[in-house]
Design a binder for this molecule. Structure first.
Ligand code: ADP
Ligand code: MG
Length: 297
């Protein structure tokens, strides 16, 4: 088990930032922690990295309890905080060497992470001279310095331009092949681009926890049609891109298509060609975007 959170509640004064949160991440995967601003994402991440303690509940990271075994948790976790704090006057190598010494990591690893994060061409520069995208790479390099099994990345792509965004996404995907990554974002496309699973948080509560694969299936389109007469399922299965036909009641059919393209006109043509009249015709579509809107509004 990489991360196991059970019944976590966090109060700031009288304000509940997290309310009885539970979720599990069982194996190396990239999980998107998605939610509007103020939902509690950073708070949860600070608990998982032992920067703050919960008021109630437990969180186990890589087998260690954040409440009772902070040091082991810290050894297991790489953390990129939301406002990646860097020493702008330091050279990349200086900065990484400094942190490597703090964590007693052999020098060899510094060159490795510089290479891994694509910093080699900029390695001679001061952090202050770097673009935002390259500063994020330095943050990532620092987070993976001690080769942790779990990475907690708090809005790793916020503020990047489109090219930097793609580079950092690819980098995270590459790193994610061998590690468990929990990354927060308020951007849905981010989750689509990088994650195997999404956990949606709203007002301190988990409102969804789903594999992207399942969501993509849900992205299938369902057309609900009512004819004036009975139609054999086999007939409707001849429609283009059709996946499934269900006669829900009377002459009402739920037709699932493997496409997001609006298929209603095809259903209309079908009815026309078969001398059927349409009494109702509706389309249902549930993408991540709709799910997010439904759950956080
Ligand atoms: P997110 O990262 O999803 O934007 P946060 O975890 O930063 O959300 O914040 C959750 C809620 O807790 C917000 O309402 C925020 O204002 C509040 N909060 C966060 N940190 C503190 C703090 N140190 N003191 C008081 N309130 C805080
Ligand atoms: Mg935050």
């Amino acid at each position: 088990m990489s991360i196991e959170v059970s019944g976590i509640t966090k109060l700031y004064g009288s304000q509940k930032a997290l309310n009885n949160i539970s979720f599990k991440i069982e194996k190396p995967e990239v999980v998107g922690f998605l939610g509007p601003n103020g939902a509690g994402k950073s708070t949860m991440m600070k608990i998982l990295t032992t920067y703050i303690s919960p008021n109630e509940g437990h969180a186990i990271v890589n087998g260690f309890d954040v409440n009772t075994n902070k040091q082991q948790v810290q050894k297991s976790v790489g953390y990129l905080p939301e406002h990646n704090p860097l020493y702008l006057d330091m050279y990349i190598k200086e900065y990484l060497t400094f942190n490597a010494e703090v964590y007693q990591i052999e020098k060899q690893r510094i060159n490795e992470v510089i290479e891994l994060t694509g910093l080699t061409p900029e390695a001679h520069k001061k952090i202050g001279q770097l673009s935002k995208g390259y500063r994020q790479r330095v943050g990532l390099a620092n987070a993976i310095l001690h080769n942790p099994d779990v990475l907690i990345l708090d809005e790793p792509t916020t503020g990047l331009d489109p090219n930097q965004l793609i580079d950092i996404r690819n980098l995270i995907k590459t790193i994610g092949k061998t590690k468990t990554i929990l990354l927060s974002t308020h951007i849905m496309q981010e989750v689509e681009a990088m994650c195997d699973r999404v956990i949606i948080i709203n007002k301190g509560e988990i409102v969804a926890n789903k594999k992207l694969k399942e969501l993509r299936n849900e992205k299938q389109q369902v057309v609900i049609v009512e004819f004036d007469y009975r139609v054999e399922d086999a007939f409707l299965l001849k429609l283009p891109k059709v996946n499934q036909v269900k006669n829900t009641h009377d002459f009402v059919y739920e037709i699932t298509f493997d496409t997001t393209q609006d298929m209603r006109s095809h259903v209309f043509d079908f009815a026309h060609d078969n001398a059927l009249k349409i009494l109702q015709l509706n389309q249902k579509n549930s993408s991540l975007e709709n799910l997010f809107r439904d759950l956080t509004n």
